[in-house]
Ligand binder design. Structure first.
Ligand code: NAP
Ligand code: MG
Length: 399
């Protein structure tokens, strides 16, 4: 069979540790035999980031603006231990943070649902995708410990020097206080990313805040979503047969638990941080979560939600066998290839992405899986494969 051609490249962002090993295996066994892989390669491995003073990360994000589609391997975010381990010039910032800042995107995380790995919530039948607003609120807050009696106020000084103030609290004893902010521009692009992605994957969009209590702060989020929806998306949603649904955050949580899934849940920064961990653990495994960064301009960067699986990598370096789950990384590739196919009008490429995902799911549903899944599956007598055997089992199905 002739290999599938790609008219336009996708941006390939290589990464670190065990996921870098899986990356190579996936390309060799699942992609290159079937596709004339056309990528613009950026090595985001920590050594190369250090050599280039992290310029490679910036370049890869800018390339994503050019080609619109990227696929990223997990990367190390340096900390003190990594400074020593890699003899770094600087504690480079998280590549995901840098890329997100350049693309101004929203991250959507979705579980990969397979038979035999059952969610803890028994009525969840379809994935629940979480969208987290990744700017502001408590993550850019300013805090103070109040030592004793005294007044705390919010003061806004306008450009012309005029001031307005609000009393936060008149303290009679020690306490604490926090100031936080958000900006309309960021909320607007969050809203547009969510509406666009809902249209893209044809699923309903839910959004929730605590607007009844937070009548200015949270209410602004609600209002901005509503205005943008009515002005730019209502008709498109009707045509696509999907809905936008707003409710209070506590009501949303209660409804999510009783739902069967199959929608996108847009969350403010803190809600998204907390709820995405709940959703991924309830669906079974972090190794089965995909993640895509979507910018309001329509740039897409696909990756696995998990990290570089450092513990497995050290075993691998010692020559020991590993059984690391490559599913989320495979789905990052299939997501990127499908999007490339869609943008280039290549049905072949889109169909390949579907076949790759199906082969992966079928392999697991037949009982062949990595150790992390074997520990939680309801399939009887699962066959535990090592990292490479699992990818080869998928390759056999694909061929
Ligand atoms: P991690 O790599 O996600 O791994 C945490 C643990 O989860 C692993 O030790 C493993 O458990 C399990 N796990 C995760 N993915 C798995 C997979 N594919 N197959 C099997 N088991 C899997 O998180 P971490 O150890 O906290 O972080 C390691 C490095 O990744 C850090 O340097 C961090 O900066 C980076 N990181 C990068 C990203 C990203 O690029 N998006 C995200 C998060 C973290 P067992 O050891 O029990 O088997
Ligand atoms: Mg979290």
């Amino acid at each position: 069979m002739a290999k599938i051609k790609m008219a336009t490249p996708i941006v390939e962002m290589d990464g670190d540790e065990m996921t870098r090993i899986l990356w190579q295996m996936i390309k060799e066994n699942l992609l290159e035999p079937f596709i004339e892989l056309n990528t613009e390669y950026y090595d985001l491995g920590l050594e190369h980031r250090n050599e280039t003073d992290d310029q490679v990360t910036v370049d890869s994000a800018n390339a994503t603006k050019k080609y619109k589609v990227a696929v990223k391997c997990a990367t190390i975010t340096p900390n003190a231990a990594r400074m020593e381990e890699y003899d770094l010039k600087e504690m480079w910032k998280s590549p995901n943070g840098t890329i997100r800042a350049i693309l101004d995107g929203t991250v959507f995380r979705a579980p990969i649902v397979v038979k035999g790995i059952e969610p803890c919530v028994k009525n969840w039948k379809k994935p629940i995708t979480i969208a987290r607003h990744a700017y502001g609120d408590v993550y850019k807050g300013t805090e103070m410990k109040i030592p004793g009696e005294g007044k705390v106020e919010l003061v806004y000084t306008a450009k012309d020097g005029s001031k307005s103030r609000e009393l936060v609290h008149d303290f009679t004893g020690a306490g604490i206080v926090q100031g936080m902010h958000n900006v309309n521009e960021s909320i607007e692009s969050f809203a547009r990313s969510c509406f666009n992605y809902a249209l893209d994957i044809g699923q309903d969009l839910w959004f929730a805040t605590k607007d009844t209590i937070s009548k200015k702060y949270d209410h602004t989020f609600k209002d901005i979503f509503q205005e943008i929806f009515e002005e730019e998306y209502e008709n498109k949603f009707k045509e696509a047969g999907i809905t936008y649904f707003y409710t209070l955050i506590d009501d949303a949580v209660a409804r999510v638990m009783k739902s069967e899934g199959g929608y996108i849940w847009a969350c403010k920064n803190y809600d998204g941080d907390v709820m995405s961990d709940m959703i991924s653990s309830a669906f079974g495994s972090l190794a089965m979560m995909t993640s895509v960064l979507v910018s309001p301009e329509g740039y897409y960067e696909y990756e696995a939600a998990h990290g570089t699986v450092q513990r497995h990598y050290y075993k691998h370096l010692k020559g020991e066998e590993t059984s690391t789950n490559s599913v989320a990384t495979i789905f990052a590739w299939s997501g990127a290839l499908r999007k490339r196919g869609e943008l280039d009008g290549s049905r072949e490429l889109m169909e390949f992405a579907d076949r790759l995902e199906k082969a992966t799911i079928d392999t697991i549903e037949e009982g062949k899986m990595t150790k992390d899944l074997a520990l939680i599956t309801t399939v009887e007598k699962p066959v535990v494969l090592n990292s490479e055997e699992f990818i080869k089992a998928i390759a056999e199905k694909l061929a």
